[in-house]
Design a protein around this ligand. Structure first.
Ligand code: ZN
Ligand code: ZN
Length: 349
C-alpha cells in the first residue's frame, strides 16, 4: 500500500477525504503510524467553520489534526533518539530550531518562516501516517494510552503550562471558566498538583454534568449572573487563589478575574475575541497577576507526560467521543457542537 486517506478541512463546516502518498522519512524525520489524533477548539474556531487564521494559525489545506500520537514505523537517516516501535506524542509545531524561542523549547512562539505546525502548515494526524521531525517527538510512557498522549499534545499541555506558570499548589483553590476539554484538563491537573477545591463554570449543562461525573470539578456552576456570588460564598467571600479562563468568552474572562482572590493569579488560555473590564477595580487594586499563556514548550510536554505516568492519572477519561477516521465528519460536527468531552479520532491498534 503506497497511499493513505487524509482529512482536509475546506472551511465550510465539512470535511473532505483525499488520497495522499505515504511519506518517506528524510534525514532527521520519522514516519509515525497514527493511533489517536484528537480535535481541538482551535481547529473548529480557525479552520473548520471558516479559514480565519493568519500567520501561525493560517491553514494551508494540509491534512488536519495537530494533536497526534502514535507509534514510530520508520526512521530516516541520522535519527538520534527513536527506533521503529517507539510510542510517541508529537509536539504540534516544528520550529526553526535556531531562534530564541525554539532554543527554549517554545516552538509555538517561533516566528521564523521555517516554522510549521502539524495540521496547519504541514500534514497533521488525521491520516494513517504522519511525517514528523524527530525533535518534535516526545516518548509516551508505557502506562499512558495513545488517547492520553494525543490529549497532551495540545490541550493538557496548554492547561499544564498555565498552572505551572501560576505555580498552582495545595495552597490554592482553583476557578475554571469554561469546562470544555482544556477546562477539564486544568481541573484534572490542578487536583494532581494539590488544589483543594475546584470551582468551574460553563453555560452548557452537559459539560457541567460531565465535569461532575468525572469527579474533576467540585462545584460546577452555570455561567450566569449568579456565578460570582456563588464563587464568593463557596470561598468564604474571598474568591479563588488561582483562576484560569479556558473559554475565550469575554464574560468568562471577566468572571475569572472577579472570582480571583486579592493577590491571586489568573491566566487566560481560551483563544480569540476580546475583553474589557475595569482595570483599577479588578486588576490593580486587587493586586492580581494576570498571565497570558500559549500552549506549552517541548520540555514541559515531556514533563507533563512524565508526571501523568507518576501520578497514575489518565487524560483519556475526558475523551467521551472516539471515532474512526472514516467518521471524521461526525467527529468534527460533535466537536463543533461544544456539548461533549474531548473528541478523538482513533485508529486500529
Ligand atoms: Zn490545539
Ligand atoms: Zn524558531
Amino acid at each position: 500500500m503506497s497511499t493513505m486517506t487524509g482529512v482536509i478541512l475546506p472551511g465550510n463546516s465539512t470535511v473532505e477525504f483525499r488520497e495522499f502518498p505515504i511519506p518517506e522519512p528524510g534525514p532527521g524525520q520519522v514516519l509515525v503510524r497514527m493511533k489517536a489524533s484528537s480535535i481541538c477548539g482551535s481547529d473548529i474556531r480557525a479552520i473548520y467553520r471558516e479559514h480565519l487564521g493568519k500567520g501561525p494559525e493560517g491553514y494551508q489545506n494540509v491534512i488536519a489534526g495537530h494533536e497526534p500520537c502514535g507509534q514510530i514505523e520508520r526512521v530516516g537517516p541520522g535519527c538520534k533518539q527513536f527506533q521503529p516501535g517507539d510510542r510517541v506524542v508529537i509536539y504540534h509545531i516544528s520550529g526553526c530550531g535556531v531562534c530564541d524561542e525554539c532554543k527554549h523549547g517554545y516552538m509555538i512562539s517561533c516566528r521564523s518562516p521555517f516554522r510549521a505546525a502539524y495540521g496547519w502548515q504541514r500534514d497533521g494526524g488525521h491520516a494513517a501516517y504522519l511525517l514528523a521531525e524527530e525533535n518534535t517527538c516526545v516518548p509516551l510512557p508505557d502506562s499512558l494510552t495513545y488517547v492520553d498522549g494525543a490529549l497532551c499534545a495540545c490541550g493538557f499541555g496548554t492547561a499544564y503550562e498555565a498552572l505551572r506558570r501560576m505555580a498552582v499548589s495545595g495552597q490554592d483553590r482553583l476557578l475554571i471558566t469554561g469546562l470544555g476539554p482544556v477546562g477539564l484538563a486544568a481541573a484534572m491537573l490542578g487536583k494532581a498538583l494539590g488544589v483543594t477545591t475546584v470551582i468551574g463554570t460553563d453555560p452548557s449543562e452537559a459539560r457541567r454534568a460531565l465535569a461532575a461525573e468525572l469527579g474533576l470539578v467540585d462545584h460546577p456552576l452555570p455561567a450566569d449572573a449568579d456565578a460570582l456570588d456563588q464563587i464568593l460564598s463557596l470561598t468564604g467571600g474571598w474568591g479563588c487563589e488561582a483562576a484560569i479562563d479556558c473559554s475565550g468568552a469575554a464574560v468568562a474572562r471577566e468572571l475569572a478575574l472577579t472570582g480571583t482572590r486579592d493577590w491571586g493569579r489568573c491566566a487566560y488560555v481560551g483563544e480569540g475575541g476580546t475583553v474589557s473590564f475595569e482595570v483599577s477595580k479588578l486588576l490593580i487594586h486587587k493586586q492580581i497577576t494576570l498571565y497570558g499563556s500559549w500552549v506549552t514548550s517541548l520540555k514541559h510536554l515531556e514533563e507533563v507526560v512524565e508526571r501523568l505516568d507518576r501520578w497514575g492519572i489518565h487524560p483519556d477519561r475526558t475523551s467521551t467521543v472516539r471515532l474512526p477516521l472514516q467518521q471524521a465528519a461526525e467527529a468534527y460536527e460533535l466537536a463543533a457542537g461544544g456539548q461533549t468531552g474531548k473528541v478523538c479520532i482513533v485508529f486500529d491498534e
